[in-house]
Ligand binder design. Structure first.
Ligand code: PCA
Length: 327
């Protein structure tokens, strides 16, 4: 076959593909809610993913991204997908650990603190997590890590003596526990609402990556970032199981190829951006430094307790993840 006939026959095959995305033969338009700012790399990669899906399915599956919690707020996205209100969406995985403890696998303090270790931990967790997600009527397509997590404050903090009584924005039950152990008062707030919460005094501290501080311009309200690298939590793009099962094999393969490529590129981008965010926080007047030894020692003690508590709720399956990771 010369190149021209090769292209021509691929085009014919693609045209057939384009009309058979679903077992019943029609092309699909999918709305995809995402929780974080449109300019955040997770959301930008959501758009990359949608473009790749359109390309690899020859237009048979046409995904429209709705970033920043604009279609469903972050806290509602998973349920919207589970119940079929939307076929696909993206959310922070460990936000669901209160309902399914295993999903807190990436929120264990000081277990996997580099991108390489985080990737290794995901490999160890993947099958168990996917089984858990299947029970929730979900199929995960790709995941992507945030940069390491550290603490934002509006003052210098050397130990828990300085954190008593502070109102703390948490993003899941584990971070609420972390705050309580440090004598702070947790309140769960979406990243999309963070700037307002800081402006109105609903919270004056939080744990996150440099990324979210940058997205929300938190230098307008806060002065210090302490690098801790406690964990690198992941977002995941998930599909409703019935929506997935309704696709023909060619569409599934096209979407999975798009997902594999996007997940890898998103993780690489996260790593590339990690220090850029710190530089930006500093440029905008924040003090960015490693947590001091006393504070870090306290965080590590709390971290061990949190991992033990997670193992109690996640049970043998949780232990299996850590054993596979430590092998
Ligand atoms: N940013 C998200 C989750 C983890 C992160 O780095 C947030 O703060 O909501």
């Amino acid at each position: 076959m010369n190149n021209f006939t090769k292209i021509a026959s691929t085009a014919v095959a693609s045209a057939v593909l384009a009309t058979t995305a679903f077992a019943d033969g029609h092309a699909q338009k999918w709305d995809m809610p995402m929780a974080y700012a449109a300019t955040n790399f997770h959301s930008e990669f959501g758009v990359v993913f949608a473009d790749k899906v359109r390309e690899y399915t020859e237009g048979a599956v046409d995904i429209t991204v709705h970033a920043g919690g604009s279609l469903f707020g972050g806290g509602d996205i998973k349920r919207a997908i589970q119940t079929g209100q939307v076929p696909i969406g993206e959310r922070f995985m460990s936000a669901h650990a209160n309902e399914a403890p295993l999903l807190g696998w990436d929120n264990l303090p000081f277990i996997a603190t580099s991108y390489a270790d985080n990737a290794k931990l995901w490999e160890a967790a993947r099958d168990t997590v996917n089984t858990q997600l299947a029970d929730l009527n979900l199929v995960a397509l790709y995941t992507c890590p945030w940069p390491g997590q550290g603490f934002y404050f509006n003052k210098e903090v050397a130990s828990s003596a300085d954190t008593q009584g502070i109102k703390f924005r948490s993003y899941n039950s584990a971070t609420a526990t972390f705050a309580e152990e440090l004598g702070m008062i947790p309140v769960q707030i979406e990243a999309a609402e963070l700037s307002q919460a800081l402006a109105t005094g609903v919270a004056s501290a939080f744990i996150s990556s440099g990324s979210t501080g940058y997205d929300r311009k938190v230098w307008e309200h806060l002065s210090h970032y302490y690098k801790v690298n406690a964990w690198l939590p992941r977002n995941y793009v998930m599909v409703n199981t019935q929506a997935w099962d309704g696709l023909d094999d060619a569409a599934k393969a096209g979407i999975q190829k798009a997902a594999d490529e996007t997940g890898a590129a998103c993780a690489a981008k996260s790593e590339e951006l990690a220090n850029f965010y710190f530089d930006e926080l500093e440029k905008n007047g924040m003090t960015v430094e490693d947590a001091g030894p006393d504070f870090l020692a306290e965080l590590k003690t709390i971290g061990e307790k949190m991992t033990a508590e997670w193992l109690e709720t996640a049970g043998a399956e949780g232990q299996k993840i850590l054993d596979a990771y430590n092998k």
